[in-house]
Design a protein around this ligand. Structure first.
Ligand code: ATP
Ligand code: MG
Length: 333
């Protein structure tokens, strides 16, 4: 049976790009999972402490992220949604796999080089070993498939190498080798103020992004003020190549409507932004306001949220237990 495992770091201030580029893929996977399969989605809170950590902020972001994920359509009755920290087997297996992973393998991980920057000696050991914890995250559940963006391909390859070596070293076939799922051309949403910069939560300008907590008026105002140009929309997306802001707004419309940019232009060619922007705002509000409503409901009821997460963690622990026990015993522990 198919089993998908995927994690996301808990952060606050989530925006339209996070929804269209990441969380919505989870919802799709959940909705398309056959009845005998399983989706496990977790908040990677143990990963979050490998870089500078603000404990009060982390605690708040964990709840906010969980509320957002459920609000966006992850159904805790169907998918298993939990916090990594609530399933100690992640940390335990990670330690066992530290005995298998080679320093040379980790030295080749480009993400560590990027994240540690010039101060490699000052980076945490956790940041270096991060991909081993990621391997544990998926091997623990015998994941058959793991969704990976470009930046995570190398880490999944490492997980497969670790699984292969562990199996060989112990003369077992304990771990399933997970295959990558490359998400279908994940939408890349750009800033509303600059069509060449990614929409991001760390952009100092609030006007650059649509937050998932923005109300209808705020969304409409941000889209009205979004940078665009004075030309009419062309008939094909190819003609938007040199118009980054126009391309972005058409791309957002396409991602929200679940169609291609060419399909958007087939019905909107010839329009100026004076009429395209209100149409885009309507579509964005239609998609985002139910998400916002559910998010606010969960914010008001953190106990219910905690209950859902505790339930998800209990189910995850049950699935993890046999593999962790087998790994200990394969090592003679
Ligand atoms: P930061 O500015 O701190 O890097 P961010 O806004 O880029 O924050 P992340 O927490 O880095 O958000 O990313 C969370 C998920 O959302 C990742 O899967 C990432 O690929 C996706 N994502 C982030 N920004 C966008 C975007 N503009 N368009 C599409 N996907 C995005
Ligand atoms: Mg980012």
């Amino acid at each position: 049976a198919m089993r998908i495992v995927s994690g996301i770091q808990p952060t606050g201030n989530l925006h339209l790009g996070n929804y269209l580029g990441a969380i919505r893929n989870w919802v799709r996977m959940q909705d398309e999972m056959p009845a005998d399969g399983e989706c496990l989605f977790f908040l990677a809170d143990l990963h979050a402490i490998t870089v500078h950590n603000d404990p009060a902020m982390l605690a708040a972001n964990i709840r906010e992220m969980a509320a957002t994920i459920i609000a966006c359509g992850i159904d805790p009755a169907r998918a298993i949604l939990f916090r990594q920290r609530h399933v100690p087997a992640h940390a335990e297996l990670s330690w066992l796999l530290n005995g298998t992973a080679r320093i040379g393998w980790l030295n080749r991980m480009t993400q560590f080089k990027e994240k540690s920057g010039k101060n490699r000696e000052g980076a945490s050991v956790g940041l270096f070993a991060y991909p081993v914890l990621q391997a544990a995250d998926v091997l623990l559940y015998q994941a058959t498939h793991v969704p990976v963006g470009d930046d995570q391909k190398q880490h999944l390859e490492l997980a497969r190498d670790i699984a292969t070596k562990f199996n060989a070293d112990t003369g077992t076939d304990l771990f399933t080798l997970p295959d990558p799922i490359i998400p279908p051309a994940a939408a890349r949403i750009m800033s509303l103020r600059d069509g060449t910069a990614k929409m991001s939560k760390s952009d100092p300008s609030d006007a650059s992004r649509i937050a998932l907590t923005d109300d209808a008026d705020t969304i409409a105002a941000k889209i009205r003020k979004a940078k665009s140009d004075a030309d009419a929309l062309p008939a094909t997306a190819a003609e938007l190549a040199d118009r980054p802001e126009a391309r972005n707004l058409v791309g957002i419309y396409a991602a929200l409507a679940g169609v291609t940019p060419d399909q958007v232009l087939a019905t909107h060619a010839g329009q100026g932004f004076g009429s395209f922007k209100p149409a885009l705002a309507d579509l964005a509000v239609e998609t985002l306001s139910p998400i916002r409503d559910r998010l606010l409901t969960f914010r008001a009821d953190p106990a219910e949220l905690d209950r859902l997460l505790a339930d998800g963690a209990a189910r995850a622990r049950t699935l993890a237990a046999p593999t962790l026990a087998a790994a200990y015993s394969a090592l003679g522990l």
